[in-house]
Write a protein that binds this ligand. Structure first.
Ligand SMILES: *Cc1c(COP(=O)(O)O)cnc(C)c1O
Length: 364
């Protein structure tokens, strides 16, 4: 028997109550999917007041997904909670994935596989052509090896998906049961991690009495943004989401994000519709190419290191930050009060790029 006073009429609910009630529904929807605990969640949400003062725009905050804990943290940990659970459930004993040489995704995957007692094979694509020994062996590559992953290289432009399939066939012939995780962990399963993050940051802000106007982050293989778009749509959030591209041009990036968000919503089976205009990417901060430093990234990274004591990376979060800072200066967020930068991690890659920061004898 249903008592009428227990039926929630959403149209008459105040917006914050509606949002929190939709967050609960989203938790229930996500709980249907297998998940292993790998990250320290929820990650902190902290003000960046010295930076805000320096820039003179909205109050800036940082969502610390660089603090997810797994092998120094980063955004791939949230995706791996769902991907590794799917791997375990499918009976796999071996993980295969791929990325660029200084891939943070590869490093977190190697760590997750180690924690779950699985073998891990990583294929690294040389997208930059750098011969710097630090780039080739230090930073994330050092950590991949420390976690016991087997690491092998492929030339830039190789068909990495085909390479992973070929490796899986070899491993199968040797009696292994491999599970392939796509680059960046970006498929509907991995994106669930960021559907969950949309819920997490919304509940966290509500508990702190904070109204988030915009959420900004670096976008690459698109799973992070696709998950956030899907999660924010599910809770009918009006947070303005902006991805800062690190590789593809705007049309391609937005198309990838939208496509994956639609597939993620379908996979969840909650009937959430993903409008194309919810997907916004600014791809003006890529510079000469993926993984290649820009002046803006260097300046942004140094500014945050010196005003907030925060570390970012040259490939993703540093370029995302360059976009955030430049857009604050250009007035993109004018009229907004609180803008959150989602820190997707990556500072382990700094040790692959020591010369970029030209700190020998640095005095100023
Ligand atoms: C992978 C990565 C991103 C981009 O996330 P996608 O889900 O691939 O778009 C951003 N920042 C860092 C540090 C990353 O490692």
């Amino acid at each position: 028997m249903v008592e009428t006073n227990q039926i929630v009429d959403r149209d008459t609910m105040a917006q914050p109550e509606l949002t929190l009630s939709l967050c609960k529904d989203l938790s229930v929807a996500l709980a249907k999917f297998p998940r292993v605990a790998l990250g320290h969640l929820p990650t902190p949400l902290e003000p960046m007041d010295r930076l805000s003062e320096e820039l003179g725009g909205p109050r800036l905050w940082v969502k610390r997904d660089d603090c997810t804990g797994l092998s120094s943290g980063g955004n791939k940990t949230r995706k791996l909670e769902f991907l590794m659970a799917d791997a375990v459930q499918s009976g796999a004993d071996t993980i295969i994935t791929q990325g660029a040489t200084q891939s943070n995704h590869a490093r977190q995957t190697a760590a997750a596989a180690a924690k779950l007692g699985m073998e891990c094979h990583i294929l690294l694509e040389d997208r930059t052509g750098s011969n710097d020994p630090n780039y080739i062996m230090n930073g994330n590559v050092l950590l991949d090896r420390l976690h016991g992953a087997s690491v092998s290289k492929r030339p830039g432009g190789a068909d990495m998906n085909a390479e992973m399939v070929a490796l899986a066939e070899d491993l199968q012939q040797n009696g292994k049961t491999p599970y392939i995780i796509p680059g960046g962990g970006s498929n509907p399963i991995g994106a669930l991690g960021y559907v969950n993050c949309a819920r997490e940051v919304t509940e966290q802000a509500a508990a702190a009495g904070l109204k988030i106007d915009a959420l900004v982050h670096a976008t690459g293989s698109s799973g992070t943004q696709a998950g956030l778009v899907t999660g924010l749509a599910a809770i009918q959030s009006d947070i303005h989401l902006l991805g800062i591209g690190v590789r593809a041009p705007k049309d391609k990036q937005e198309g990838m994000v939208h496509d994956l968000a639609v597939r993620t919503a379908e996979y969840m089976g909650t009937g959430v519709q993903i409008d194309r205009d919810l997907v916004r990417a600014n791809c003006d901060y890529v510079g000469p190419g993926y993984g290649l430093p820009t002046e803006g990234m260097i300046a942004a990274l140094k500014l945050l290191a010196r005003t907030e004591g925060l570390l970012f990376d040259p490939v993703y979060s540093g370029k995302g930050l360059d976009g955030l800072i430049d857009q604050v200066r250009k007035g993109y967020f004018d009229g907004m009060e609180n803008v959150v930068f989602l820190h997707t991690g990556g500072s382990a890659a700094l040790f692959g790029y020591p010369d970029t920061f030209d700190l020998h004898g640095y005095t100023s």
